[in-house]
Design a protein around this ligand. Structure first.
Ligand SMILES: C[S@@+](CC[C@H](N)C(=O)[O-])C[C@H]1O[C@@H](n2cnc3c(N)ncnc32)[C@H](O)[C@@H]1O
Length: 372
């Protein structure tokens, strides 16, 4: 049983903070891209798919026809008999009642909406093309369409945002009563508009905001992962399986996957991805044989030791679930575990090892000790 991630690398406009791979949406290019994705999916027809996540970029920027063709084809090419969760990422400006209606009919049972902030001045600062009202309208439509599993993405700790501003954002969000929240502190990624314009963040303020968030949300939501909160039975199965270090298929330009013990990344160019998948067999063989454009540009075999290290590093992100103590049976991992139990950054709960609450915001440091 597998997860399937499908990357849609198209956006109307690049956000100022965004370091993910995307290009400007173009109807003709996107038509060909959808065909390439379907060709790519055919290679995995033997796998039983447990969860699908169509992310981006901006998947909702695709036209109705493109969305329909993509999802119907995935359904016919892949084995969906065991599918439990099907997430589709939306941005407010490119969503509509018709698209939501179609997604519902095609079996999408979870939406993830990129809101980022409830304040129009901050949305503008982030380079978003929507305002809060556009988000609210589409959220309302989604509820009316019967979607009962909706995630909202938000970013906090912007340079012009005080702790009290963030509290106001959270108050508004609590009223929306979504099923799931993904909240990330702003990070300045290489080659973004923010990076080039020397925008910086204040880690102490971000930490205060994180503490406020925990206080305000943990009564109503289950804080199940460092940056993710869910209502009962509404944890993301797809993402949880990443943190459990399960394998998944990655389709699309720039997408990563983890299949047959190999972590891979697909070529990060829409044109080259399309060429590789849609050209004649003869051309494909030539391109691949001459290693001109291999479809997978990064390949790493995950041996037993690396698998154990990754399992620990990912599993500690799951705050309640953590890891079974047996996962630390390698002598190096065991020594690090003992050190962390001694200095009380990790603790034992029943037979499982979890992060101590007050260190969750600085967990990167704690977790990274298992790398050595
Ligand atoms: C792959 S992005 C999804 C893009 C989505 N279509 C959108 O535009 O909102 C997933 C989420 O990661 C978060 N994110 C992306 N870049 C970030 C950054 N530099 N700092 C903090 N959070 C970021 C945002 O909350 C974003 O919604």
């Amino acid at each position: 049983m597998m997860g399937l991630y499908v990357h849609i690398p198209f956006c109307r406009q690049r956000c100022f903070y965004c370091g993910f791979f995307s290009v400007k949406y173009d109807l003709v290019l996107a038509d060909r891209y959808v065909c390439a994705l379907i060709e790519h999916a055919k290679r995995f027809s033997n796998e039983k798919i447990r969860s699908i996540y169509i992310g981006g970029g901006t998947p909702s920027v695709l036209s109705i026809k493109q969305i329909q063709k993509l999802i119907e084809s995935l359904n016919s090419v892949l084995d969906m008999s065991k599918l439990q969760e099907f997430t589709f990422e939306l941005n407010p400006e490119s969503s509509s009642t018709e698209k939501l209606d179609l997604l519902k009919k095609l079996g999408v049972n979870r939406l993830s909406i990129g809101l980022q902030s409830t304040e129009d001045r901050l949305l503008k600062f982030l380079g978003r093309v929507h305002n809060f009202k556009a988000f609210y309208d589409i959220y309302d439509v989604a509820r009316k369409e019967g979607f009962d599993n909706i995630n909202i993405d938000l970013i906090y700790g912007l340079p012009n945002q005080a702790v009290k501003d963030w509290k106001e954002v959270l108050e508004k969000v609590l009223i929306l009563d979504s099923d799931h929240l993904s909240l990330y502190p702003l990070s300045i990624e290489n080659d973004t508009f923010f990076y080039k314009n020397n925008i910086t963040v204040n880690n102490d303020i971000q930490r205060n905001m994180y503490d406020v968030t925990v206080k305000m949300l943990n009564k109503k939501y289950d804080h199940y992962e460092i940056s993710n909160w869910a209502k009962k039975y509404k944890r993301s199965l797809h993402n949880t399986n990443y943190w459990r270090n399960f394998e998944y298929i990655g389709l699309g330009a720039g997408a990563s996957g983890y299949f047959n013990r190999v972590r891979y990344k697909n070529i990060q160019s829409v044109e080259e991805y399309i060429n590789l998948l849609l050209s004649s067999q003869e051309t494909k063989n030539r391109l691949v044989h001459n290693k001109i454009f291999p479809l997978e540009v990064e390949n790493e075999y995950i041996d037993k030791h690396l698998y154990k290290t990754e399992t620990i590093m990912l599993g500690l992100r799951l705050l309640n679930e953590g890891l079974n103590i047996n996962c630390f049976n390698n002598p190096k991992h065991n020594a690090t575990l003992l050190k962390c139990l001694n200095n009380k950054t990790l603790k034992k709960r029943n037979k499982r090892i979890v992060l101590v609450e007050k260190y969750v915001f600085v967990s990167n440091y704690i977790i990274s000790q298992f790398l050595n």
